[in-house]
Design a protein around this ligand. Sequence first.
Ligand SMILES: Nc1ncnc2c1ncn2[C@@H]1O[C@H](COP(=O)(O)OP(=O)(O)O)[C@@H](O)[C@H]1O
Ligand SMILES: [Mg+2]
Length: 322
Amino acid sequence: MPEAPILELHGLTRHFPVRGLLNRRIGTLRALDGVDLAVREGEVLGIVGESGCGKSTLGKTIMGIHAPTGGEVHFEGRKVAAPGLERPPEVRARLQYVYQDPGASLDPSWSLRRSLHEPLVIHTGLPRAAREARIREIVAAVGLPDAHLDLYPHEISGGQQRRVGLARILALGPRLVILDEPTSGLDVSVQAAVLTLFRNLRAAFNLTYLFISHDLAVVRSMCDRVAVMYLGRVVEIGPVAELFAAPKHPYTRALLAAAPRVGGPRVTEGFILQGEPPDPSRIPEGCRFRARCPLAAPVCAQEPALEGSAHQAACWRAEEVA
Ligand SMILES: Nc1ncnc2c1ncn2[C@@H]1O[C@H](COP(=O)(O)OP(=O)(O)O)[C@@H](O)[C@H]1O
Ligand SMILES: [Mg+2]
């Protein structure tokens, strides 16, 4: 049953220079700081964590929007990103990144048909009739009538614009789609419709999703597995039901405690998160969570690695949480 993963990350790192007066480099911001992950074909892997923990940097570094400072990205069995490596062009269409509102990128002066043809003109050698057929299939899959193809963005609703934005991406035939906060800013009823659309599209086009969200309830309903990030690292990863029912890392415990509607385990006061996350340009030595951790002990002066099989946590004190 286990196939080769569609996506593998090995020690993936993306640092940004911190510049001071006269543009002098005065430090390093470790936005992504050594991530190992394997994503199976067809699964939905959630990525959660507080704002600023590196979720978008992870997505953009996989996507090639940022070059990695260290480590490697392997996609469909080949290395596609590493320091100094030029990205193979064939990868572009097969790996797609969806911003919060994919409808916002539509050109207001173009008909929807033109907006949908354009990426196919750029990325494929398809003749016009074949492009039109592909577009009609995708437009139907995202739930829009063909007749809409002659309209302009201002003539359709925001929700429909979002569907057209998704259709543009799907027309390229991606295998893996990185969805970055795809439901944030939507009210609950619209959110439900968007999630249903993502589920249907995944089934229709055999997609694999990396689903980035700070909304734990949404992640719980969408994902097969979830990875919890803290200051540029994965601190816990596992099957969704297991991780939500029995989180191992004190940080995951705290995140769940802060989101009562997710209905996580009962938690004690001590697991409420204290303070802001530390600055990623000043990551503490040892366990990066220890300054905020109610269980911190002397052993935490050394950085813990992810331990476990299907459900892993990077915590010396994970036993104490259980
Ligand atoms: N292009 C950039 N240049 C400098 N710092 C950046 C850049 N992009 C992100 N960062 C920093 O990296 C950290 C992680 O950001 P991000 O990946 O956007 O977090 P998240 O998506 O989890 O909210 C933040 O401290 C952010 O300020
Ligand atoms: Mg983000």
